[in-house]
Design a protein around this ligand. Structure first.
Ligand code: ZN
Length: 179
């Protein structure tokens, strides 16, 4: 069992390597690792730094979905709980995007309390990246579309952490104000 510091450090390192060269969608096409750092840090702040496995899962939450990382690998390297949390945040990429989105809304209320926190942090980060100072019509449409969908997913995830819920509401407000 890794110490809390090593758990998070190893998770950040693996995530950075696995997502190397990927850019995130949205403003400035930032390196993907910026998104992972933001999600992990939101989770660390939301829980007062008390849950290293949750923060590690934040770093790793897109590794199974977007890279050739498996649940078994995460379970062996980190823990069953970390691996399970990442699996809970993994969409079935064999499905079309519209179906994946529909399932996220339906499945959100059935997720574990900790997976719900990761989902909310993920949506906060993704909305933030889509806010542009001077959006073009395509960026505007994307922000409206993404934020509306994110609100429906987060409606099924709320209630476990008031700070995170407020952060999400702030992100939605900022998105609306930017349009
Ligand atoms: Zn993500």
């Amino acid at each position: 069992m890794l110490s809390p510091v090593r758990l998070i450090s190893e998770a950040a390192e693996l995530a950075a390597r696995r997502h190397n060269g990927m850019a995130r969608k949205g403003r400035g096409s930032e390196p993907y690792v910026n998104h992972l750092a933001e999600v992990a840090n939101l989770l660390a702040t939301a829980t007062g730094g008390a849950d290293a496995e949750l923060v590690a899962a934040g770093w790793l939450h897109d590794t199974i979905e977007d890279t050739d990382t498996t649940r078994e690998e995460l379970a062996a390297k980190f823990s069953d709980r970390v691996a399970s949390l990442v699996v809970e945040c993994t969409d079935d990429m064999r499905l079309p995007k519209a179906e994946r989105r529909r399932r996220q809304v339906i499945d959100a209320p059935k997720k574990s309390a900790d997976a719900k926190l990761i989902k909310i942090a993920d949506k906060i980060s993704n909305i933030g990246a889509r806010i542009h100072a001077e959006p073009n019509p395509e960026e505007r449409d994307d922000l409206v579309d993404y934020t509306g969908w994110a609100e429906r997913v987060v409606a099924g995830c709320r209630g476990g952490n008031p700070w995170l819920d407020t952060k999400f509401d702030d992100a939605v407000k900022a998105a609306r104000a930017s349009l």
